[in-house]
Design a protein around this ligand. Sequence first.
Ligand SMILES: Nc1ncnc2c1ncn2[C@@H]1O[C@H](COP(=O)(O)OP(=O)(O)OP(=O)(O)O)[C@@H](O)[C@H]1O
Ligand SMILES: [Mg+2]
Length: 462
Amino acid sequence: MSRALIVDDDLGFRIGVTELVQREGFEVTAASDLAEARQRLAQDPPDVVIVDLMLPDGSGIDLLRDLPAEARTEVIVITGHASVDSVIEALRAGVLDYLTKPVDMPRLKAVLANLTRTAELKSEIGALRRQLRELGRFGRLIGVSPAMQKVYDLIARVAPTDASVLLTGESGTGKEIVAQTIHEISKRRRGPFLPLNCGAMPAGLIESELFGHERGSFTGATQQRRGHFERASAGTLLLDEITEMPIELQVKLLRVLETGTILRIGGDASVKVDARVIAATNRPPEQAVADGKLREDLLYRLNVFPIALPPLRERVGDVALLAERFLDELNQAEGTRKVFREGTEARLDAYAWPGNVRELKNMIHRAFIMAETELDPEIPGNGAVPRPPGLRTGISLEEAERELILATLERNGGDKRRTAEILGIALKTLYNRLKRYQGAAAATDGDEAVESAAPEEGGGGL
Ligand SMILES: Nc1ncnc2c1ncn2[C@@H]1O[C@H](COP(=O)(O)OP(=O)(O)OP(=O)(O)O)[C@@H](O)[C@H]1O
Ligand SMILES: [Mg+2]
């Protein structure tokens, strides 16, 4: 029989939780403060400790340090007032989950039911760490630099919990692939992983994509439609480019996160949803708040567990490893045995990678297509900062437009959002142009998720 230790100075609370935990099939002991809890832990570590964050003689988190190293005890923290700082501290210290008072009993039940699954996940995460040492990758993520190892640690800590995660980092640093990794080593991995790119669709559409709509709620709504929140139930929802979400909608999103229910557009009955939310942005979130692009209360709610992805130029040793792996994948897919031309590694290393991993991946892909046997990647400015394109005459306006668009895209490492911004055109327009030029820059971008989240058709001229 599994054993639980409940630590709280509030007797009523202890009794209530003890009853529930017993009903879940645990043998329960209780303690009213840290000192008593430590005694019990030393005698015989239980499978799970449910501990209040604020105890008369200290913080519940301190108990983690008293667990015998070989114990497989999980810790669930209960807090009266969930300050974000204390929750982050708790998760970083390695607690399994946190619950706020008054305790949502069904949630506690779910967490307890998941204990065995969690043990499985932990052993899987252990396997991923071995893979990292042996193969230089953590699941899908390639890289062994200290900067990335820190990221893997954070992923491993937060994945088994249901906490919201905020991913920040420059464009192309891997926010989406990290979100996917978190999903894959979470207990929700058999559920769906749904990304929604708030930057790639018209503001008016985001609300119905998120929450769905009832039939007849607006012209063209001929059927009821479930939104991402409902479809991601038991799974993970990635809200990409969160700062592009209209402010009024951010208010609604916050309400959904707080109540766990949504209202479909045109509907009046709230629907319970169960999606873990991961948000991503390539702007510094505090700056976005200062610029009025992100509501502070929403940031506060999403930022329970922040993970900042380092730019590629700060990942010592990873450029060559990524390049090798990308080439391996292409060779495997095409049944070829192409290699890098001598000296490539040093040249790749010297470059600043403004477009980060995406730029590297696209560059290798391009070089792969061009190469007979030896890849000779075209590094902008031969390792220096890329130069802007010169003005050419004697070509048509349309050709000039094409050159300018492709050159700007290249200079920005394939970052379509930034490219559209610089060119002063709608992102949608950029997608339409790239579609037209297919075979050129757009075709080498392996970023399907963003592609498919982009609007298909639509006007918007230059
Ligand atoms: N560590 C990594 N290992 C392997 N592939 C990676 C890694 N990081 C990123 N990639 C690849 O690089 C490309 C860009 O990554 P991703 O789309 O996750 O970036 P992003 O941070 O979401 O960018 P943006 O802000 O522009 O949306 C993808 O093809 C992804 O698979
Ligand atoms: Mg992305």
